[in-house]
Design a protein around this ligand. Sequence first.
Ligand code: PGA
Length: 270
Amino acid sequence: MIAGNWKMNKTASEGVALVKELIPRVRGLEGVDVAVCPPATALYPVGRELAGAAIALGAQDVFWAESGAFTGMISPVMLKDLGCTYVIVGHSERRGRFGKPDESLSEEARRVFGDTDDSVNLKVKAAFKHDLVPIMCCGETLPEREAERTDDVVAGQVRAGLEGLTAEQVAGMVIAYEPVWAIGTGRACEAPEANRVCGLIRQTVKEAFGDAAAERVRIQYGGSVTDANAHELLSQHEIDGALVGGASLEASKFGVIVQAASVIAKELLK
Ligand code: PGA
């Protein structure tokens, strides 16, 4: 499963132009689910452009309430109504600036705007309640990796984010391993290490939800995935897809990544 996270890029009209270019590049590719996650302002026109194409629509975040006095927030009902299939939850850029609380913000502001394991869990549950598939992100910062805390941090985020879900729900969702130090840096995690941590995520799912959920949950790697490294990363046994930021902004690069996934899926199905 390949998803493009456009982040705060592309106006509505630029987004439409991008998917117009992308649609023919991924047409007919088998064995891979594809989604684009434009900013909220572009969801409606991009979704309309995607009608009939094999590319699903995803949002970049969701609030957990269905409606009410939450100025600026977007509810799962609204996303569903726009035709979203997926929603990214707990991206490190929303858990605080680059995965850790931004110290320059007041505590109040951090409490309201910075996702925590608790708010991620609320959002994941809200997504399921409204039939959206969550792409839940997790990943360690560089200081956490250097302190050899990667496994604890990632397993902790996974356990907390999935708290209270059913095995069936977990089986149907997507978890993205996104080491914070690899995001937007051009420095992707080495494929064997990305594979190891994705395996750890699967093991964590297995312990909490059983074998079937662990087998079926789709685990993506994200962080500086490009058309050049996608094949190697996606060939790893524990990696079922990629969450792509920068390279999803160019139809040619994103198209090559989707093609790589399709080639690998076909090899696996042989
Ligand atoms: P990147 O972003 O591909 O630009 O590193 C990935 C992400 O944050 O999802």
